[in-house]
Design a protein around this ligand. Structure first.
Ligand code: AMP
Ligand code: MN
Ligand code: ZN
Length: 892
């Protein structure tokens, strides 16, 4: 850009803009290079050969892996790698960037290194830009000018004001005029600011220059303004009415009010053909009006409506407001400059729509993207027929596209962009700030002329390129303001940008702090950056301070709202600390926004958080994929096994006596014999190793294991929880189907089972196993017992009174009741046991038990027997069956 001679205003094709590197023709250069050209030539040569060399390296993947299997190659790679890292590190250091790229301890992966390189590149290029500017004559190292009687400025490092550590000129460049004593302009606004977490609805209610009329929603003031809650109706009804009313208008409400006009806008021939640039008037000879009254604004509008073009710019304040405030509007015609106090005239600005939407008047902006949104948001202003000089600069491929560059390039004017970040709420506006603001539009119409001419020249007089700029400008004017909306996921987006890996506690803290910040910022109408800067939020999340003081310590300086609400913040951090701690990778999965549940392979590690899992997300746990198929039970294999089970019936049941009794079983201990109480105590000290497979909302895992991050138990138990949600859903459908099937199968099975059972029982009658005997003697069997002796130890969480009573008075042992075998009516069973769902009043099939009590209880609805849920396919009953799962041993 500097190659363009400063005052050469006629010859400035885009080409010469590209040769930035020739700037410093007379500067001293490092040894061996007499001028920039030789240095650049040498540099380019080096870059070229390096690129070539790197392209001929073995490709990543097989080829590289193959070469790497040779130790020589490997060594070479390593040494060269270290060299390169050292070299890069030195370059970074030279430019004052973070440079621990070489430090293996501080950096883990390529990704992190890559980020570092990208950051450094940004910083270095920016620095180069600044130096080029300096060489170009743009001096940014002056102190910002303070408003009259102003306190020494405070440097406020805000989000976009990164790296205060740079060179002196650099940090000064970002100095922000931060006025502590500026009255909040919001207080004077006639229409209160709407920070609610609802989508933005255009403010327009009159549509000048309409081809398509404004939808009734906007024109009907009553509909807009008078919400039904103003009427004398109950709140619920008011909401309903409002919803009904607005629903009809949803499309209108969110459409761009001038979409139709913009889509049908054609650029007239005159604007696509060559015209002589009209020189700007010297600023000193130009009248400048400060407009802060309605009359002034109306007069201005009248004037603008007679123009064929005018230039517009805005100044904006975003630190002490949630959505931001358009604080100033500058307008320049060929003859005059206007500065409009938009804080004062906020509610009246809409009248400018008459000029702003007049398709016969060109509105010239530089970089209008934000301006278009601010105009809509604050004033309900729209622009029809926009020309954006920033888009022109791009199309012309200029070296830089900032306004100050264009000013320098076309007008040889130095604009002091330090004011850009001043506090534009300050009133009265210091003269220097007025001058700066004027500069932003004063020359813009001339620049508009110049770039149009160049766009035509550049395209050999053809309008194509110029047309594309008009078109791009139109696209910008079609932009719609979108209000920041807080969702449950918003924090993840921000967290993703931070490239930090949080564990679950840290992520929870981040989520809670994010929500707190958003809510408070909206409520207090402050920016989130003022409320709690993101870097402090991260610091608190990472540290999870135990004390309120620790939170304060994470912040420097302490934001006023943080100090004010430190106790609230403290309780949020506490809450986060109480969440189960899981590894960073797990948290990272969440942060990546994958719903891990959707991927079968990560199922085990995924479903920690049921709260944000919708039932449809639980697909992988669908019933059909569960290991236990309904039909399996009734397969031939199964039947055989059932018979086998009968053979070992006593043993089996005895085994179920449970080493792993549940502590919370509320058996009246006094009613138990001493020996039994002892054994109970011992038993209580064990943990059922299969508990982790047991689905329940009340999962019985060792408490430590449950919250042990390394414990699969926790994850698996959670998985089962999730599973049951899905199954509940399916339950109803499957129930019917399953019952029918079961009935059929049962019929077939009946005969065979009957036979087998009978013969088995006969053979068993006089045989009592050792265990059986032991069990019987320990517990004593009552006459009225409903259970076979082998079931003695099989307690239930809520044992029946009956059982306890009988236990009180040990009686003589009794052989297993010998009743005629009746097969279990499977139609009574609820097969969702195989789905792991809960079923309060549904019996579950237990092959162990089908012998005795089942028969008796058959047909008694709501009084189903207690079955163990064991079955060999490792599918267990779920839910908070009131029987618990203490006996839910998987059978071997
Ligand atoms: P401009 O169009 O250059 O006059 O900028 C308009 C408004 O945009 C300024 O008043 C600032 O509020 C904002 N702005 C411009 N540049 C920056 C920047 N680099 N960082 C943050 N805000 C900016
Ligand atoms: Mn601007
Ligand atoms: Zn500006």
């Amino acid at each position: 850009m500097a190659s363009v001679k400063r005052n050469d205003s006629t010859n400035s094709g885009p080409k010469e803009d590209n040769s930035d590197t020739n700037d410093e023709e007379n500067s001293e250069l490092c040894a061996g290079f007499k001028d920039v050209d030789t240095f650049v030539k040498y540099g380019l040569g080096a870059v070229l050969s390096a690129t070539k060399a790197s392209a001929s390296l073995p490709q990543a993947g097989d080829e590289f892996d193959f070469y790497r299997s040779f130790p020589g190659f490997q060594e070479f790679c390593e040494s060269q790698g270290d060299k390169l890292l050292l070299c890069m590190s030195q370059i970074m250091q030279h430019h004052g960037c973070r440079s621990h790229i070489k430090d293996r301890n501080k950096l883990t992966g390529v990704e992190e290194r890559f980020d570092l390189v990208v950051d450094s590149n940004d910083a270095i290029l920016e620095r180069a830009g600044i130096l080029l500017d300096e060489a170009d004559g743009v001096n940014r190292s002056q102190q910002p000018v303070m408003p009259a009687g102003f306190q020494p400025p405070k440097i406020v490092v805000s989000s976009w004001n990164r790296k205060g550590s740079g060179s002196g000129s650099r940090s000064e460049m970002f100095r922000l005029l931060h006025a502590k004593n500026v009255a909040r302009p919001q207080l004077k606004f006639k229409e209160k600011i709407d920070n609610s977490n609802t989508p933005f609805i255009p403010k327009i209610f009159i549509k000048p220059n309409a081809v398509k009329p404004l939808p009734s929603y906007f024109t009907n003031k009553q509909m807009r303004k008078q919400r039904p809650e103003d009427l004398d109706v109950p709140a619920a009804l008011a909401d309903f009415i409002h919803q009904q009313r607005t629903q009809e208008h949803v499309e209108d409400m969110f459409a761009h009010p001038y979409q139709y006009e913009l889509n049908h806008l054609t650029t007239p021939e005159s604007l696509l053909s060559k015209s002589e640039p009209q020189m700007y008037k010297p600023m000193a000879d130009t009248k400048c009006s400060f407009i802060d009254s309605l009359e002034g604004l109306v007069a201005l509008n009248e004037k603008l409506c007679t123009m064929s073009e005018f230039a517009v710019d805005l100044e904006h304040h975003s630190y002490r407001s949630f959505l931001g405030l358009t604080s100033l509007m500058q307008i320049s015609t060929r003859e005059e400059d206007f500065i409009i106090d938009t804080l004062e005239l906020r509610s009246e600005m809409y009248i400018l729509n008459e000029a702003f939407t007049d398709p016969a008047i060109v509105k010239v902006f530089h970089g209008a993207d934000s301006d278009i949104e601010w105009l809509q948001r604050d004033f309900g202003l729209y622009v029809v027929n926009l020309f954006d000089t920033h888009q022109a600069s791009r199309a012309l491929n200029m070296a830089r596209h900032s306004l100050d560059h264009l000013l320098k390039h076309f007008c040889n004017v130095e604009s002091d962009k330090r004011y850009q970040l001043a506090d534009w709420r300050i009133r009265p506006l210091p003269e220097e700030m007025v001058q700066y603001a004027r500069t932003d539009t004063h020359y813009l119409l001339y620049i508009y002329d110049r770039v149009r001419a160049q766009l035509l020249d550049f395209n050999h007089g053809q309008p194509g390129l110029l047309q594309s700029v008009w078109s791009k400008s139109k696209d910008i004017s079609l932009k719609k303001y979108v209000k920041p909306i807080y969702t449950e996921e918003s924090y993840l987006e921000l967290q993703r940008k931070q490239k930090r890996s949080f564990n679950t506690q840290q992520l929870t803290a981040f989520r809670l702090l994010f929500a707190w910040r958003d809510k408070l910022a909206r409520q207090e109408d402050e920016s989130t950056g003022f409320t709690l800067p993101t870097h402090m939020m991260i610091k608190i999340s990472e540290e999870l301070p135990k004390e309120p003081q620790g939170i304060i310590a994470c912040c420097n300086p302490v934001p006023p709202l943080v100090r004010q609400q430190v106790n609230e913040l403290h309780s949020l951090v506490q809450e986060a600390r109480e969440t189960p701690l899981l590894k960073a990778e797990v948290a990272a999965q969440k942060k990546k926004g994958l719903t891990p549940i959707k991927k079968t392979e990560v199922i085990l590690f995924g479903p920690h958080d049921t709260s944000r899992v919708s039932e449809s997300d639980l697909h992988p746990f669908s019933l059909d994929e569960l290991p236990a198929k309904q039909g399996l039970l009734f397969s031939e294999d199964e039947q055989k096994m059932d018979v086998d089970e009968q053979k070992t019936h006593c043993l089996m049941a005895s085994a179920k006596i449970t080493m792993f009794e549940e502590t919370e079983t509320k058996i009246d201990e006094e009613s138990l014999p001493v020996s039994q109480m002892k054994s109970r105590r011992i038993i209580e000290s064990f943990e059922n190793p299969f508990r982790m497979y047991l689905p329940s909302s009340d999962v019985h895992v060792n408490k430590n294991a449950k919250f042990d991050p390394s414990s699969k138990i926790f994850e698996i138990s959670k998985r089962w929880k999730l599973q049951s949600i899905e199954q509940q859903q399916k339950e109803m459908e499957d129930k019917k189907k399953a019952k029918e099937e079961a009935r059929e199968h049962a019929k077939k099975a009946t005969e065979e089972r009957n036979k087998a059972k009978k013969s088995y029982q006969e053979s068993l009658q006089n045989v009592a196993t050792v265990r059986q005997q032991a069990a019987e003697s320990a517990k004593g069997g009552g006459q009225k017992r409903e259970r076979v002796p082998s079931e003695v130890g099989e307690s239930t969480p809520k044992p029946s009174k009956k059982l306890m009573k009988t236990a009180e008075k040990p009686q003589k042992t009794e052989p297993p009741p010998e009743e005629t075998f009746k097969p279990f009516d499977y139609s009574q069973s609820d097969l969702k046991v195989f789905a792991g769902t809960k079923g309060k009043d549904n019996p579950q099939f237990d092959p162990n038990r089908q012998g005795n009590e089942i028969r008796r209880k058959r047909g008694q609805k709501g009084q189903k027997p207690n079955f163990g849920a064991g079955n060999r396919s490792m599918s267990y009953m779920a839910g908070k069956s009131d029987r618990g799962f203490r006996h839910n041993w998987p059978k071997r």
